[in-house]
Design a protein. Structure first.
Length: 187
């Protein structure tokens, strides 16, 4: 909320969402702290959206075709075969280790700036560190939005806007009345 107690701004909430099983071995959900790193045209960005695919050349990518990066900020290659991802990020194909996913964390949510619905850029030179979360294969993280609280906040903001509109209308009417009746007329 602002100084007048009305129309608060937006803020990022990195709280944990529910994990929803999908059965897709390339869907990866993070439980706890951390973000996946992805290579975009704008540079390295961070996301909790783990809906990944394997490209033609075997690179693990986002739905938009952006490579998912390991701890050394290199694309992860996943050869053809049965993929298994451990809680620690170890990626194996047909039982052989193919690479390791990394989770990155930041000192605070304020160190990240939103870019769209599900990706974030480090703000003010923030540097990522290793995160403590774990990876769940075959699941995605659902939204952490509290629908009931969000609806209540929307109703509250609507009521506050109506009160402000009424106050402005009353002030305008009083000003019109003062200007038309109370001031002497010059002829």
């Amino acid at each position: 909320m602002n100084a007048f107690g009305v129309l608060g701004g937006s803020r990022l909430d990195f709280g944990q969402g529910a994990l929803t099983p999908t059965g897709n071995p390339l869907d990866l959900a993070i439980e706890g702290d951390g973000f996946f790193a992805i290579q975009t045209q704008q540079g390295v960005r961070y996301t909790r959206d783990g809906q990944f695919e394997r490209s033609q050349d075997g690179t693990l990518t986002t739905q938009a075709g952006e490579p998912v990066l390991d701890a050394r900020q290199q694309p992860i290659r996943v050869p053809a075969g049965e993929v298994a991802v451990g809680a620690d990020g170890a990626v194996s194909v047909n039982g052989a280790i193919a690479g390791k996913m990394a989770l990155f964390g930041f000192d605070s949510g304020a160190a990240l700036a939103a870019e769209g619905a599900n990706r974030y850029a480090p703000a003010d030179g923030a540097q990522p560190a290793a995160a403590t979360g774990s990876i769940h294969q075959g699941a995605l993280e659902s939204s952490n939005q509290d629908v009931i609280n969000g609806s209540l906040q929307l109703v509250l903001m609507q009521r506050q806007a109506e009160m402000m509109e009424k106050a402005v209308s009353m002030f305008s009417n009083d000003l019109d009345k003062t200007a038309s009746e109370d001031l002497p007329r010059v002829q």
